[in-house]
Design a protein around this ligand. Structure first.
Ligand code: PLP
Length: 257
């Protein structure tokens, strides 16, 4: 589009499929230079912020204009608990969404009405998600939240090591994307034929695991890569034995394919 002027950049901290992180600092440098609004979709990866060891993945996030963060993902809040954080202090949300209904939102109250959220959101009645996360945080504490993030990763590394040769890419986060290659395909040379056959494997294995009721692991394709499993572990209570079971069960369900 000739003459179009960009005004907004959306970076992602933890993509849904691969768990990849954009380099926020570098993108922020460009956005600051050109006066662009920088938003970070940290819906999935935002959880890393509570971990001293992993928060570097979101380095630079304090510089951005807005952040979306789903606390119902890695941070244990039950569905749904989503935060949209804006740095703007000029009542942007109010200016965007307010209806100014005088029968609802009185301005002449005894307290600071800037704390009222009613006229700042798209809808009027809403669940107090912030309160829900506050309760989770109070109940388990910062350290417990941090342990939940940190203690999950050694388990994932174990899983990656076991699957090393068949991973889609080296994981940055809690997503391990991998192919299960049934014995009948193991000695075939890498070719479009092999990819085509491999593409049909994950859907069948998933159908079988669901019908048996033993587990449920999602799959999808990515670009020109055929269907692969996307394994996400977000609980430190998952043990190495559980992960062994996952791998053995996939083999049991798919070895005849
Ligand atoms: C989960 C997710 C979202 C949004 O999820 P909702 O269920 O719509 O809140 C957005 N971006 C990424 C990267 C996600 O993983």
């Amino acid at each position: 589009m000739g003459g179009a002027v960009p005004f907004f950049v959306n970076a992602t901290a933890g993509t849904t499929v691969l768990g990849a992180f954009d380099p926020i600092d570098e993108i922020a440098n460009i956005c600051e230079k050109h006066n662009l609004w920088l938003h970070v979709d940290a819906c999935w990866g935002g959880g890393a912020l509570v971990s001293k060891k992993h928060k570097h993945l979101l380095k630079g996030i304090q510089r951005v204009n807005s952040v979306a963060w789903n606390l119902h993902k890695m941070l244990m809040a039950t569905l749904q608990c989503s935060a949209f954080l804006v740095r703007d202090k000029s009542c942007l949300l109010q200016r965007c969404h307010c209806a100014g209904a005088s029968y609802l939102f009185q301005q002449d109250k005894f307290y600071d009405v800037s704390y009222d959220t009613g006229d700042k959101s798209v809808q009027c009645s809403r669940k107090p998600d912030a309160f829900k996360f506050w309760l989770v945080w109070k109940a388990v504490g910062t350290r417990e939240l941090e342990y939940r993030i940190c203690d999950t990763f050694p388990c994932l590394n174990y899983f990656v090591l076991k699957k090393k040769k068949k991973c889609h890419s080296q994981p940055e986060f809690a997503n391990v994307c991998f192919w299960y290659i049934p014995p009948s395909l193991r000695n075939l040379p890498e070719s479009p034929e092999l990819w085509k056959k491999l593409h049909t494997v994950a859907p069948v294995v998933k159908e079988r695991m669901m019908k048996k009721g033993s587990m449920m692991i999602g799959y999808q394709k990515h670009g020109d890569k055929p269907n692969f499993f996307r394994m996400v572990v977000i609980s430190p209570q998952v043990s190495k034995q559980d992960l062994d079971f996952v791998l053995d069960e996939i083999h049991r369900l798919g070895k005849d394919l």
